[in-house]
Design a protein around this ligand. Structure first.
Ligand SMILES: *[C@@H]1O[C@H](CO)[C@@H](O)[C@H](O)[C@H]1NC(C)=O
Ligand SMILES: *[C@@H]1O[C@H](CO)[C@@H](O)[C@H](O)[C@H]1NC(C)=O
Ligand SMILES: *[C@@H]1O[C@H](CO)[C@@H](O)[C@H](O)[C@H]1NC(C)=O
Ligand SMILES: *[C@@H]1O[C@H](CO)[C@@H](O)[C@H](O)[C@H]1NC(C)=O
Ligand SMILES: *[C@@H]1O[C@H](CO)[C@@H](O)[C@H](O)[C@H]1NC(C)=O
Ligand SMILES: *[C@@H]1O[C@H](CO)[C@@H](O)[C@H](O)[C@H]1NC(C)=O
Ligand SMILES: *[C@@H]1O[C@H](CO)[C@@H](O)[C@H](O)[C@H]1NC(C)=O
Ligand SMILES: *[C@@H]1O[C@H](CO)[C@@H](O)[C@H](O)[C@H]1NC(C)=O
Ligand SMILES: [Fe+2]
Length: 575
């Protein structure tokens, strides 16, 4: 009886709390730092699914040889866009012959009226080979990859286009996209989608369908796109253990047709909404002669030249009033290197009047409380964090860890109201399944030898202050980790104005529940508090800011709890 009553009260409290959580009050980062919250994996879900087969309708080639397929858009400058596509047939096997890329030209017709194309531009046609100098492995040579830059575009305008080779009578169907607002206009892209570690499974399908339903105007893909190195990577035999089959092979084979399948899978979305990519470890794809990243750099156009970078592995761009910085974690990030020099210059040129928001993205997270990849890119953090902090980066997006996590504003592992909000969105749904272990779970702290980065050195450290002082891992969810949940999903950023942006994380399974969401918060810039000096930089903190240690409890929730306690006491007295 008594237990039953207590139980029903608990249930009531929980229901009310859930109701409060889904009611209108959306927290803002001004109320932070937040007490850590963990939602563990929903056991009614399987942790993952298998790869979609190559003959799946969304992966299968559905056009004849010279006809364009895998059509994709990427931003170039605020008034120009890259259009990319593939023609011809890729080959894989023991005897492949590269085709002549000049046999199909690259042409785009475009204009503001459907069926009328006032502008025509030509571009480049290229191929690449993925070769393995080891007996039994399959070589690959791509179809023809086309890149055309179309320019003179007006902002917030619909453009109709066709791509292909008109001399071969092989132009695509008409497609349409809408340009973004200009920097300095005080406007922002409507909805920016963020996805990481997508892969090509039935979970990836759920993620992309959900993302399409959320109607983004720009997509950021934070690395690990196709997982071509985890599909039948045994000379096409399909055995699961690569190094059992080829113990002496110097490098791991990839199955490049997965890239073509991925291009088709993404086409319905990215032929009308621009997608900006940054490389992850699954894009390295080493091949003969120590060549790396070849598929990635050949297939994707990125605005590297436009942003003064001499590498496709890092670049920046503007989208409305947001300056995006895309960093390479698998290319020299040291303070002595080219990337750092480029980054310094790029940051110096940012004008916060034109682009109040500064958002950065790279693949492996610096702040991560899951077991997988824990402290893996500490070396990169040690090299670059102070520079990003001095320039007032507002939000950082990463992937790599296959789960969701939002970090309180932090700098150098210290809560700091002027540090960036870090978000891990590596939950796209790839073949490696959802990550469920936390480094603070009993027995789950990674050993010193674990989590070696696929590039750069190891800089694991024990904390020198705070509750985890002297230890490699915390014994509870770290104070810098605001919210973490093991689930697949994607996120949507809606910038409201120069200081407010609404961030919403959508779990895959929530598409069936009136598209409810897993985490939602206003990320608020405080330009007065976190002022940036005349040189575009600000000083590093000399002491802890006063509001560190403050915790958050929704006032509504507190009131509710209080009322419930009162009601409980009253009920007990009158039973
Ligand atoms: C992944 O997809 C499979 C098959 O559709 C499903 O059973 C599983 O629950 C999904 N996993 C997650 C974490 O959503
Ligand atoms: C693949 O290419 C490499 C490098 O050119 C070559 O050594 C190897 O023999 C090729 N393999 C096959 C099966 O053709
Ligand atoms: C071919 O596949 C692409 C990519 O999935 C899709 O956008 C297009 O509508 C398909 N075309 C036909 C004729 O089925
Ligand atoms: C490839 O790289 C490895 C290790 O970095 C090096 O030992 C080897 O000599 C390189 N091979 C070639 C062909 O450059
Ligand atoms: C970066 O610097 C670290 C130590 O300062 C060094 O171990 C590492 O090799 C350097 N990496 C590159 C790519 O230069
Ligand atoms: C970061 O924190 C560490 C450990 O507390 C300290 O030694 C280091 O000087 C700090 N670095 C910066 C740039 O503040
Ligand atoms: C770092 O912490 C680990 C446990 O988290 C401990 O075993 C190790 O001795 C510590 N190392 C140092 C140098 O304190
Ligand atoms: C930005 O939007 C927020 C929320 O709607 C509002 O409170 C704030 O005053 C606005 N700030 C500016 C600078 O317009
Ligand atoms: Fe990764």
């Amino acid at each position: 009886m008594e237990y039953c009553k207590i139980f029903s009260f608990l249930l009531l409290i929980i229901t009310k709390m859930a109701a409060a959580a889904t009611s209108e009050h959306i927290p803002t980062t001004l109320e932070g730092p937040f007490l850590p919250v963990t939602r563990s994996f929903d056991p009614s879900l399987r942790r993952g699914s298998d790869d979609l087969p190559m003959d799946h309708p969304r992966l299968r080639k559905n056009v004849t040889s010279n006809f364009p397929e895998q059509i994709a858009l990427a931003l170039s400058t605020p008034t120009s866009i890259w259009v990319s596509w593939v023609t011809g047939d890729a080959q894989i096997g023991l005897n492949v012959t590269p085709v002549d890329p000049t046999s199909v030209v690259s042409e785009v017709w475009y204009g503001k009226e459907s069926g009328k194309y006032s502008e025509k531009r030509h571009g480049v046609s290229v191929i690449y080979n993925q070769l393995y100098p080891f007996e039994g492995l399959w070589n690959y040579t791509s179809g023809i990859i086309h890149h055309v830059r179309i320019d003179g575009l007006e902002p917030e305008t619909k453009y109709y286009y066709k791509c292909g080779d008109s001399s071969l009578d092989a132009m695509s169907e008409e497609l349409v996209f809408e340009t973004l607002p200009l920097p300095g206009s005080g406007k922002y892209p409507r909805r920016i989608a963020f996805v990481g570690d997508l892969g090509l499974t039935s979970n990836s399908t759920t993620t992309i369908d959900h993302l399409i339903a959320n109607d983004p105007s720009l997509i950021l893909m934070v690395g690990d796109l196709t997982y071509a190195n985890q599909y039948r990577t045994t000379g096409g035999k399909g055995a699961s253990c690569y190094f059992c089959e080829f113990p002496d092979s110097p490098i791991r084979e990839t199955y490049q047709p997965r890239w073509d399948g991925w291009g088709r899978f993404m086409e319905p979305l990215i032929s009308r909404v621009p997608m900006m990519v940054i490389e992850g470890n699954h894009e390295i794809e080493p091949q003969a002669a120590n060549i790396t990243f070849l598929s990635y750099v050949t297939r994707f156009s990125v605005p590297s030249k436009e942003s003064g970078s001499n590498s496709n592995l890092y670049y920046s761009f503007d989208a409305g009033g947001i300056h995006f910085i895309m960093l390479g974690a698998y290319v020299d990030y040291n303070q002595t290197g080219d990337q750092y020099a480029w980054l310094e210059k790029d940051l110096q040129n940012v004008d916060r009047k034109t682009t109040p928001w500064l958002v950065a993205a790279w693949h492996p997270p610096w702040y991560n409380s899951y077991s997988s990849h824990y402290q893996e890119f500490e070396c990169m953090r040690l090299q670059m964090e102070a520079l990003l902090y001095r320039h007032g980066v507002n939000i950082v997006f990463s992937g790599h860890v296959h789960a969701y996590e939002r970090i309180n504003r932090v700098y150098n592992y210290t809560l700091d109201p002027c540090g960036p909000v870090y978000i891990t969105i590596g939950d796209g749904g790839n073949i490696e399944k959802v990550e469920v272990d936390h480094a603070d779970d009993p027995g789950k702290c990674p050993s010193a030898g674990a989590n070696k980065p696929e590039f750069g050195s190891v800089c694991h450290m024990n904390f020198s202050f705070g509750p985890a002082k002297g230890k490699f891992c915390w014994d509870r969810q770290p104070e810098w980790s605001a919210y973490r949940e093991s689930s697949f999903g994607h996120g949507i950023l809606e910038v409201v104005n120069s200081t407010y942006a609404l961030w919403t994380w959508h779990r895959n399974q929530d598409i069936y529940k009136e598209n409810s969401h897993g985490d939602q918060i206003y990320i608020v810039r405080q330009p007065e508090l976190c002022s940036i000096g005349s040189k575009g930089t600000r000083a590093l903190p000399s002491k802890l800011p006063s509001n560190v240690g403050a915790t958050f409890m929704d006032p509504l929730l507190a009131t509710l709890l209080c009322c419930l306690m009162f009601f409980l006491a009253w009920f007990e007295r009158n039973k």
